[in-house]
Design a protein around this ligand. Sequence first.
Ligand code: SAH
Ligand code: AVI
Length: 313
Amino acid sequence: MLADVRAGLLNVEDGAQRELPPKYFYDHRGSLLFEQITRLPEYYLTRVERALLTARAPDLMASLRPGALVELGAGSAEKTRIILDAMRHVRLDAVYVPVDVSAAFLDETARRLRMEYVGLRVIPVVADISDHLGLPRATARMLPSPVLYAFLGSTIGNFHDDAAARLLGDVRSGMTGEDRLLLGADLVKDVAIIEAAYNDSEGVTAQFNRNMLRVLNHELGANFDVDGFAHQAFFDRKAGRIEMHLIAIRPQVVGIPGAGSLVLRAGESIRTEISNKYDRPRISKILADAGFQIAAWETDDAHQYALVVAAPA
Ligand code: SAH
Ligand code: AVI
């Protein structure tokens, strides 16, 4: 975290964008705030993905018959239950491996699932997937095949395309020809709909955004004045992505032990997240760069969101 703060906040050239990685949203409070976001009327992503999973998971699981489900950025695994239910219909020896950076939250998810799905082996893995999946070898070796890797919620959108291809390429390198990837991807649409999803009327997304400063205060002993920052989210049409920023409302001098002092002018911003919105050619390119081909592409009627099944190319 200190290295990211030094590189993204302090050692930034004049005029360059200050930036922090979105993984720092997700302490326990941040994970709960994200859960609240998923229930907001404006945040269509979760709703549409859930509907797609409900419609498609039974047929998909009947044809794939996965022995293991490995989920990147599992969070509460709320929608994952749709997949687990469908898996149970076809196999009873399944293993579920939720991977997440939010350790305490992951622990709760695993405990809940073990209670709800008696007999399901749940093997939580705390890992930062920014660079690679990082599944412990012993875990990877004991998974009954075929393995279904899931990356839901359009969390892929929080990665630049080259980083997304690197991560999926790492997933691909651990796969056999029978394994599959199930990817959720938010699609480009009316800008007003996208921007509303990241500027909700209850201000939950603003709290989620500011939570990153609380995390830095708590983890590093920094003294960010959390209320001195405004939430901003806007769609960049050219880049095809939402950007979330925290804007200093007034001049700030922030002490960050071990890193130094961060001096911000009023109006200066810190970018906390990008959230890419895709079309099929862009997803195909990321998948092809990672060594995959599209086996199925399902969208809702309004083409808001895609559920993609990818197979090794
Ligand atoms: N899959 C869930 C949660 C999406 S929120 C859904 O579809 O609703 C994104 C999840 O990814 C969070 O649980 C967060 O803790 C996790 N996450 C974010 N960055 C991560 C990283 N670098 N490594 C591992 N997990 C990460
Ligand atoms: C986790 N990720 C896909 C969410 C998104 O939509 O990019 C995080 C989020 N940021 C603001 N609202 C939700």
